[in-house]
Structure formats: C-alpha cells, structure tokens
Design a protein around this ligand. Sequence first.
Ligand code: NAP
Ligand code: ZN
Ligand code: ZN
Length: 353
Amino acid sequence: MLKTSAYAAAAAGKPLAPYSFEQREPGPHDVLIDILYCGVCHSDIHQARDEWGGSIYPMVPGHEIIGRVRQVGQHVKKLKVGDMAGVGCMVDACRDCSSCRQDLEQFCLKGVAYTYNSTELDRKTPTHGGYASQIVVAEHFALKVPAGLDPASAAPLLCAGITTYSPLRQWNCKKGDRVGVVGLGGLGHMAVKFAVSMGAEVTVLSTSRAKEADARRLGAQAFEVTRDEATFKRLAGRLDLIIDTISAQHDYNQYLSLLRPQGAMVLVGVPPEPAPVAAFSLIGGNKRLAGSSIGGIAETQEMLDYCAKHQIVSDIEIIPIQKINEAYERMLKGDVRYRFVIDLASLSGANAR
Ligand code: NAP
Ligand code: ZN
Ligand code: ZN
C-alpha cells in the first residue's frame, strides 16, 4: 500500500485539515501520478459540506488534478514515466455498458467510481481526490496533458474545462451564435473562453458589476448585471444558447425568458435546492432546458488537445494547501479570478514512499 499525505474534511461542518491514508499500489493497468497541482471546484465545497447529501468522510476533495507519472503498470500503453498526466472527476467505470461504449463513462449504468466522495468499483474502498501527494488511477481514466499547456493553469480544464466545452459542443455552438454565460466563476470564465474561440458572440450575465472588465478581456462582447431587473426586459428573446453555471438557487424562468424561440438553456451549476420551472417558460417558444455532466474520457482528451491548439487555459491564483479553508470562503464571496489551484509542493516532503 502507498501512504499518501493529503488534506481532508472529517465531517460536514469541519474545516479541511492534514490527513494521511493508504491507497493501492499500481496494478498492471494503473498509473501512479505525483500530483503537482489541483484546482478547487465549487463541487468540492458542495461535497465537503454535504450540501448535496450522502457525503462520505473523511473526504479528500479535488478532481482537477495534474501531475507527473512516477510509475506505470506493465500493460499501460497510453502514458510513460515522466509524462504530464491529468485526472478529472472519474477514476473508474465498467467500460462495458452501453454508456461506457458510447464514451459516456460519466453515465456508466453500473455506477461510476468518482475521484472522491465515492468508492472504487468494489463498492467498498473509498476514493480520495487531488488535495493529496499522489493518486493511483486506471490508465483509461488518466488524460494526456499536451506539451505547451502550463500544468498549473491547465489543472482546472479537467473539470471546469470539460464541463463547459461539452455542452457547447452538444448544442453545436458556432460562429455568430449568441451565447449567454450565466455566472462568471471557474466554470463561467472557461465557458466564455470556449464560446469565444468557437466564434460565438458572448454575453456574460453576472451579479458582480466589478467583473465587467474581466468579461471583456476574456472576449465577451456584452456584460449585463442580473441584479438589475431591466436587464431581463432588454435582453428578452435575444440569446440562442445559455450556459448556466450558478452554484446557488436562482430563478430559471427569468433566464429562460432571454432565449429566442427554440433556444436552449443548459444547466451545469448544481444548486443544492430545487427550483420551480413554469411550463409556460418553455412552451412559449419551444424552448429547451437541458443539463450536462462533465464529459467522457475521449471528449476530455479532445478538449485538452483543443486547448493546446487554441492556447486556452484557466485564469488562476495559486495557493498553498494550508490556505484551502480561506479559499473556500473567498469562493463563496465570489472573490476568485477565476480558479484557485493548489500547489501540492506545499504538502512538503511528508509523502512516505
Ligand atoms: P464558482 O467559481 O464559485 O462560480 C459560481 C458563480 O456563480 C459565481 O462566481 C457567481 O458569479 C455565481 N453565483 C454564486 N452565487 C450566486 C447567487 N446566489 N446568485 C447568482 N449568481 C451566483 O463555482 P464553479 O466551480 O464555477 O461551479 C459552479 C457550479 O457548477 C457549482 O454548483 C458546481 O458544483 C457545478 N459544477 C457542475 C459540473 C457538472 O458536471 N455539471 C461540474 C463542475 C461544477 P457572478 O459573480 O458572476 O454572479
Ligand atoms: Zn468540478
Ligand atoms: Zn459502464
């Protein structure tokens, strides 16, 4: 077994604190990655605080992982020792069901092994995420990080990146489309970058007036403050596609009113509480309300390669692991431009090898 140093939440109300755990030695199809950087996703906060229910403790969060391959099993083909590798939200799935065969491992019919707050496919061994010194993962679920991407700024691509790239692709975002991005946080700022790179005219809808200059720097053509009711009247029926990244409860009906007939709004943000949608918000205009969950492994690799080609990475603030609780509080205040990334060197040489 491999002794691994980490930070974990011991219970829902507890701050994250130093923790160590044992994980398996790499098997013939596994890779062992020394984690260099891990992005801090709002899903880490939702789960560490049990806002979605069913959290498993102690919990080592983190699913935006980048590191260097230290060891590979004898049958591993995709990666070799010394390669830069990524791990996102999943570490295993059956690879045989109809979802897995369609490269939609996130919908594995037998149940996905998520990177943390989950169990391995034995349904017993808890999985632990990237706020840690190292991770062992099945080769299939490790991504190749293309040369030319800065590893710290690329870490958030493993969740924030794929979660916004995938719905833009699913809804065929293209040149000239009018795309609204709701919420300018970690996911939102990636949605802006991707939509702009696909040729869309992007409008950012935000509660924070102070983010206007950033929105325009990221390539948005328009910026609207959603605290102002007049915004919803002015923009009514204007947008082809909306990507909603808001992490807290809000009125979906208001945003649906911004779509043109047959336009689509895709939810990627996961507020803990449900919110009502009026039938008339959809029926008037044949509007579509959809959701999107991360992306499969093949699409995640496609997204990383796309990012290398288009020079797209996340705007980040690097923190030592000791600042993680402070970072959570700052995220809840919207005080991050636009993703915290933990430098795991701050865990020090505590990694017992
Ligand atoms: P984040 O960086 O904290 O950004 C969330 C943004 O939402 C904030 O920056 C803020 O934008 C806006 N917001 C927050 N509270 C709000 C409120 N009460 N009313 C209106 N707007 C509010 O979070 P993130 O990491 O991007 O994650 C966003 C959500 O996506 C989370 O719920 C997360 O769990 C979810 N998620 C889903 C998937 C998936 O597969 N579907 C994957 C990853 C994350 P402004 O300041 O611009 O208003
Ligand atoms: Zn995430
Ligand atoms: Zn499956």
